[in-house]
Write a protein that binds this ligand. Structure first.
Ligand code: NAD
Ligand code: DAU
Length: 351
């Protein structure tokens, strides 16, 4: 273990983090992968049972908001690289409790930056702080145009404002202290293991249970969807081949209006559940809009495509079918995450 490169992945028990941890543990036996996670409502070690006994994997239960705990772990394990995914990630929750997002997404990121800087400031050679961010920092697009790496930051929700702030701090530490970093800003992910508070898994779960599908506003909001395993592959590439001090936009080249996506999902669910055509669509219910709802996100991912040769490997139809199959096969996982606190959240958000 001593000779192995020591890599810290934060938020590895969450949705995207668990796919990144799995990919790194399986593909890089020469790395010791430390998954640091507080296990909030969104973190679930059941996401990682297939790798938990691998010799190059270690789980650390810790809170990035706890400065002392974080600096102690950096001193103990000498993390040479960090892939930082831990965050509060749901926009609706950020509207209810913005401060929680400042604490984890801003202060938590600062604690990691400080611990990393203090450990390596005399020699940053071969070290890297990789910060995972979102396209929401760019704000909203009108009917046309794409977010490029040069688009100005213009966040509209407490979530995106906290992520924008953390991106700025990462860049500022690069400029001020020479801290080696890279940032990627990704569009909406979907796939296996996503907590059913986000659009696609929430609606899959509701269709299974014949519950209403709460479409915000008129449903004419547009998102650019990317299969989570393709995001993990992009993260691997940026980590190993991305240029220091640069940003990479990652997206699916795959824009969908919410309402069109919901129709497609309903059709696929009817097929998979052997229900009569049109059954799931009857569950669609238009509800009060999300405050400050961004109209459209769409990523220009040509930089990562041209420089690193990345592009999504599956079509949306294929990715969605794989996702639905996974949720239907993993009813135990779904039952676990939707019991207890989930019910309270659901009542408060939708009633
Ligand atoms: P998630 O909510 O599924 O997982 C977040 C993880 O972070 C959980 O395991 C949680 O336990 C952990 N965590 C939260 N607070 C913590 C703390 N204080 N200390 C330690 N661990 C803590 O999130 P996700 O959707 O997998 O997103 C991961 C990252 O990717 C986030 O930074 C998010 O902003 C970014 N991102 C997400 C998407 C998306 O569509 N989901 C798109 C682009 C970028
Ligand atoms: O763009 C990247 C971002 O994508 C990530 O940074 C965030 O972590 C992630 O949560 C996601 O943000 P969104 O707000 O776009 O995702 P969400 O799944 O919450 O919503 C997708 C769209 O669906 C959005 O227009 C709101 C709408 N929606 C969502 C929910 C939960 C509904 O109409 N009804 C719902 O119940």
């Amino acid at each position: 273990m001593k000779d192995k490169k020591s890599i810290l992945i934060t938020g590895g028990a969450g949705f995207i983090g668990s796919h990144v941890v799995r990919l790194f543990v399986n593909n890089y036996p020469e790395y010791q992968i430390f998954n640091l996670d507080k296990l909030t409502y969104a973190g679930n070690l059941e996401n990682l049972t297939d790798v938990e006994n691998k010799p190059n994997y270690t789980f650390l239960k810790a809170d990035i908001n706890d400065e002392t705990q974080i600096s102690t772990l950096f001193i103990k394990y000498k993390f040479e690289a960090v892939i930082h995914l831990a965050a509060e990630s749901h926009v609706d929750r950020s509207i209810e409790d913005p401060l929680a997002f400042v604490k984890t997404n801003v202060i938590g990121t600062m604690n990691l930056l400080n611990a990393f800087k203090n450990l390596w400031k005399n020699n940053f050679n071969n070290k890297l702080f990789y910060h995972i961010s979102t396209d929401e920092v760019y704000g909203t697009l009108g009917k046309t145009g794409l977010f490029t790496e040069k688009t100005s930051y213009d966040p509209n929700s407490p979530y995106s404002a906290s992520k924008a702030s953390s991106d700025h701090f990462v860049r500022a530490y690069g400029e001020t202290y020479g801290l080696p970093y890279v940032i990627s800003n990704c569009s909406n992910n979907y796939g296996q293991n996503q907590f059913p508070e986000k659009l696609i898994p929430l609606f899959i779960n509701n269709i299974i249970n014949n519950k209403p599908l709460p479409v915000y506003g008129d449903g004419n909001y547009t998102r650019d969807w990317l299969y989570v395993k393709d995001h993990a592959i992009a993260i691997d590439l940026v980590f190993h081949e991305g240029k220091k001090s640069e940003t990479y936009n990652i997206g699916g080249f795959n824009e969908w209006k919410n309402i069109d996506l919901v129709h497609l999902l309903c059709q696929q669910m009817d097929d998979k559940l052997n229900r009569l055509k049109g059954t799931s669509e009857k569950l669609i219910t238009f509800v009060k809009d999300r405050p400050g709802h961004d109209l459209r996100y769409a990523i220009d991912a040509s930089k990562i495509h041209t420089e690193l040769g990345w592009k999504p490997s599956v079509t949306f139809q294929e990715g969605l079918a794989l996702t639905i199959d996974w949720y239907l096969e993993n009813d135990i996982w779904l039952n676990h995450v939707t019991s207890g606190a989930y019910q309270e959240y659901y009542q408060k958000q939708y009633h």
